[in-house]
Design a binder for this molecule. Sequence first.
Ligand SMILES: Cc1ncc(COP(=O)(O)O)c(C=O)c1O
Length: 391
Amino acid sequence: MEGEPMHLALDAPDEASHLLPVYDQLGIEPVEGHGVRLTLADGRTLLDFYGGHAVALLGYRHPRLLGTLAAQARQLFFQSNAVPMAIRERAATALADFAPPGLGNVFFVNSGAEANENALRIALRATGRKLVVAVEGAFHGRTAGAGAVTWNARWYGFPRAPFDVRFAPREDLAALERLLARGNVAALIAEPVQGVAGAVALSDEWLRGARAATERAGTLLILDEVQSGMGRCGAPFVATAAGVTPDLLTAAKGIAGGFPAAALLLSDALARSLKVGELGTTFGGGPLACALIEATLDAIAEQDLVAAAAARGERIRAVCRVGPVREITGRGLLTGLRTTRTARAIQAELLARGILVGTSSDPHVVRLLPPLVISDADVDTLAAALAELPA
Ligand SMILES: Cc1ncc(COP(=O)(O)O)c(C=O)c1O
């Protein structure tokens, strides 16, 4: 019930650990990573089709990331936004060049939720409106604002939402138009591919229709590409592929190849609405994060990883509809395998065969978020393992 106090149901305390047992963890302990393979504490090796929730974009032990990290750490470990830094400028330029045109203004933060929180705040202030529309099934993070636009987020609920929110059904442009019709909606926020929901892709038609409808209503469009961006879906961002330029776009997860970092990109008009002191963060835009963002974008370009993501995504769709897999959803390497038996069961069976995959909030969708450097042979290994599983 809305407004009810939340009770965390923790596991019985483990005497040996000081960590809160708030995660339902897999019973494996990775101690080393190389390429797309993890070595476990017990010596086993796993093929990683989950990439630490889409974060290990370039896989593990990528030479460019290691070299950049060491060099930047030696040169300057940290300085804040109180001072200008060439590396921050370079990272912003590289990211703006990678993003859809029209989003040339960058604010670096630390996590997807923080990026969304800032995007929402900018939209509410810029429009002076008090209502936000999100999409059914959405996941935008665990802070107050990001949680308010997350579907069914009451499990980590704050006592009340910081602004009013309505949810639009997926793919229904008429319903969206009705929600926007009163002219009181500050922003529509949407993930072009809903990751946590189970790799549910919103169509290009819906994205384009939503762009047109928000423009007509004076509503800002925020695309949350925290999971779908950085080349994962076979285009730099899904917005690029759909030919849609949002007013604000958020990116995180693999943006720095595994180092904590995130970014908010915005239009010139919105950038002009911001004054000194209106946004802030201590760690965001630090030199290590920025050096690794630049290095990640360089590696994506040099290794042609956007095209690789598209090709591996196609391969998954061509060969993985076997065993318990009934349908393949998502885009590129943000992929859902809809399975006859529960995703949990399939995950355990694949783990026993040396392959790590994820689940989602849909109990019948296995989620694949592998590093973009995964090979066709790795995809075929997954397909062969799936084919061995009972349908
Ligand atoms: C689409 C999307 N938005 C936002 C977030 C929140 O990102 P973070 O956990 O970095 O705050 C996530 C995390 O899974 C996500 O998938």
